[in-house]
Design a protein around this ligand. Structure first.
Ligand SMILES: O=C(O)C(=O)Cc1ccccc1
Length: 312
């Protein structure tokens, strides 16, 4: 039976994303204390796959995830889930919003509730927690003080009646969604569906004016759309970056494979992070000159020239 790990404990949004994966409800699920621990459990073979957050429609990329999957022993993204996010403020019974002085939660949750907090609990400071559920469960420990509260998913309050809900739906952006990825050790690619995404991490070559433009040209010239691009420091020294990029398409699409080859010539340390089905099922518009048939016809034409002249 498959073993899944996820950013825990129980009650995180990441767990909700994992539970959408077919078979995950029946499988063994191991909560991890942070993204790195979840990914390392997969690398070590203690889990077959890890669900971790990768980006949020309000706060952007989850840098811990972008960095951890782009370095160290190789991993592959095999699936994505996008889930709507709503937040509640919880505390020990008897606490009033006006009494709240410390709000413990994950950084991405705080970023999405900052406006609500400054309007309703202006004296409260944020205490970073490894996840929303971890912040909420800490309220039940002896070390919790009067004035402590947490921002978490409604399910945590439902599962823990010892916590009181002080306010519901406190996110500043209605409609906020978070995207999660299921990550496994490198194996056969998930089959092409026609509505796929491919993720790569491309170190920017140094001392090469126009290198970013050259990277982008690889996609533009082959009609490949990008759905996310962000730069991250490699951590090696100041000024050294890689680009974390999602493209519309599968490595088995000729236009994507050709673009990947072009990227490798520019940045040989490129890391392929997977091709997997898009959560929304949206199929990209593929112009007629970059279809698989167009690439095959072009290849056949070149092969014909080479065969005809006896070159190569
Ligand atoms: O802490 C959680 O519950 C998570 O799963 C990470 C997260 C935090 C805030 C918004 C979306 C995901």
């Amino acid at each position: 039976m498959a073993v899944f790990t996820f950013l825990g404990p129980e009650g995180t949004f990441t767990e909700a994303a994992l539970l959408k994966v077919p078979g995950a409800r029946e499988a063994r699920r191991l909560p991890a204390t942070n993204v790195n621990a979840a990914l390392d459990a997969v690398r070590a073979g203690e889990a077959d796959a890890a669900m971790v957050p990768i980006e949020n429609s309000v706060e952007g990329g989850v840098t811990a995830t972008l960095d951890a999957i782009s370095t160290g022993p190789e991993l592959r993204i095999v699936r994505e889930e996008v889930i709507p996010i709503t937040f509640v403020l919880v505390a020990r019974p008897g606490t009033r919003v006006a009494d709240v002085r410390r709000i413990s939660t994950h950084g991405h949750a705080w970023a999405q509730c900052r406006g609500w907090a400054s309007a309703h609990a202006p004296d409260a400071v944020h205490l970073a927690a490894s996840s929303t559920a971890a912040g909420a469960l800490a309220l039940l420990e002896d070390a919790a003080k009067p004035g402590d509260a947490a921002i978490c998913a409604p399910i945590v309050a439902e599962e823990h009646p010892e916590l009181e809900v002080l306010a519901t739906d406190i996110g500043d952006n209605p409609g906020a969604v978070t995207r999660f990825i299921l990550v496994s050790r490198p194996a056969a690619l998930p089959a092409r569906t026609g509505a796929d995404k491919t993720t790569v991490a491309v170190p920017l070559p140094e001392d090469r004016p126009g290198a970013l433009m050259e990277i982008l040209e690889q996609f533009a010239a082959r009609g490949v759309n990008l759905s996310r691009i962000e730069s991250r420091p490699t951590g090696q020294y100041l000024g050294h970056y890689f680009f974390s990029i999602d493209v519309d398409g599968h490595a088995h699409d000729a236009r994507v494979a050709d673009a990947l080859g072009g990227l490798h010539r520019i940045s040989p340390e490129i890391r392929f992070l997977g091709s997997y089905p898009r959560a929304d099922g949206a199929r990209p518009v593929v112009k007629s000159h970059v279809t698989d048939d167009a690439f095959a016809a072009a290849r056949g034409w070149v092969d014909g020239i080479l065969g005809g002249t006896g070159v190569g």
